[in-house]
Ligand binder design. Sequence first.
Ligand SMILES: [Zn+2]
Ligand SMILES: [Zn+2]
Length: 557
Amino acid sequence: MSRREGGDEKAIRLVPLGGLGEFGLNALVLEWEDHLLLLDAGMLFPSAEMPGVDSIVPDFEYLAARAERVRGILLTHGHEDHIGALSHALHAAPVPVYGSRLTLGFARKRLQERGVRADLRTLSPGEVAEIGPFRVHPIRVAHSVLDSLALAIETPAGVVLASGDFKIDAQAPPEERTDIDALSEWGDRGVLALLSDSTNVERPGLTGSEDDVVPAFEEVFARTRGRVLVSCFATSIPRMQRVADLAVRARRPVAFLGRRMVDNAEVALDLGLLRLAESQRIAPSSLSGGPGGGAVVFVSGSQGEPLSALSLISVGGHRDLAAGPGDTVVLSARAIPGNERTVSRLISNLFRLGCDVVHPGTAKVHVSGHGSQGDLVELLRRVRPRYLVPVHGEYRMLAQHARLAAAAGLPADRVLVLEDGDVLRLSAHEARREARVAAGRVLLDRGGASEVEELVVRDRRHLSSEGIVVPILVVDRQTGHLEGSPEIVTRGIVDADEAASLAEEASRLLAGAMDGRPAEERLDANLTRERVRDELRRFYRRRTQRRPMVIPVVMEV
Ligand SMILES: [Zn+2]
Ligand SMILES: [Zn+2]
């Protein structure tokens, strides 16, 4: 390896902005000298601990500060945790976006919704894309969404191979299968760094094939008299294809319900990536009667998202579809960590309607799209990289991926576990960590337009767990004395009866405490509020073991 002048050899820098050390919002910057590429721009759906937050995106400040040096954004596939923050990334750096046909199809819809224009350029396996000093070679990989890519990126300092989300799935049809020969060829040519998916690193063996779900669906179709509602991720086109094929064979018409499901099906049908004749499809409006009797309906909302089609159906509130006895609902997706309770409640509600519910806990109606240990080791053996950087996952997954690689024979000092904001400098001779950069997350309100401060979310969480007390005091402007007894409104602390008697007691306590104060304190509204807050906090903590939020209202008359 030749050394450049000044003794500094050729090196790349990897700067993860999201997705390393946490689940979702994948975004990683690859740099060579003054040229930057962003790999993926994903978002994260928040868990129940973030009330009122609808989506979370990486903080792209690092990118914005270097916008004129960013050469492009590369998308590995069309899942939200890889494309959901694209409009935000483009806001930071308006550069061309590269991805497969389906990925760009999904991305285009998203961007249109937000009124964001972008230069979208298609990547196809076997075709090289020249982007600044980088040469990008797309490689087909099997995943739960079609048209997923691994990317071999030639840089002047060596090849970086990003696996994207993948599994090996050797049984998949050719158009869905991971191109392991191409991966081996890159191994022969030499790969400086492999960035590999860590999502399923805790699972032994191989992940298995998408076809593995077929028997369970056949069984459901055979015993269901009414409609079969199938809820999977709206991007799971290979799953939808298999189920749609079974529906056609069983002479059941097919419908799509829920905005995301309808949008994505349309994109995939247009591109010919989902094959289902027009005559086999029916409109959602005909589901309540007529030909919709034995229909197969793809419904969005497998994670129990509050306003999704499936959630509405589960409480009998959907305009087009009232599910009940005779119908079967198949939850063909696992609950994303953090959503388990919501999904469990959804299942109970569906049973309450009289439906039968089949889910991954009771039948093989879901296969993961992420490689297990066997898949990960296979990739490592094919690519034989100089360095491995585990990506996509919580810290525990990254750490276990590192161990797995060490057990598979990669020297431990060549496996580099990074977290968001870490900076890694890699050359053929060494791996070096550099000073960390700022990497955070931005919480977004409904519609994704406005930012929510962390503080606001903390307040909401506090309100939801501890309740609220609003004391209303009327005081005489001249004397500072109370006019009548304080009124105290509480919510979410104790049950209604007890709340009323506690409020009376608190009111008496407050009346005594307020009037006994010296005049200068009585006449200062801020001091009055402060005192009210102190008294009531102490009172409610003592009597209920809670720390409610106290918001005094002092009216002067
Ligand atoms: Zn992912
Ligand atoms: Zn994915």
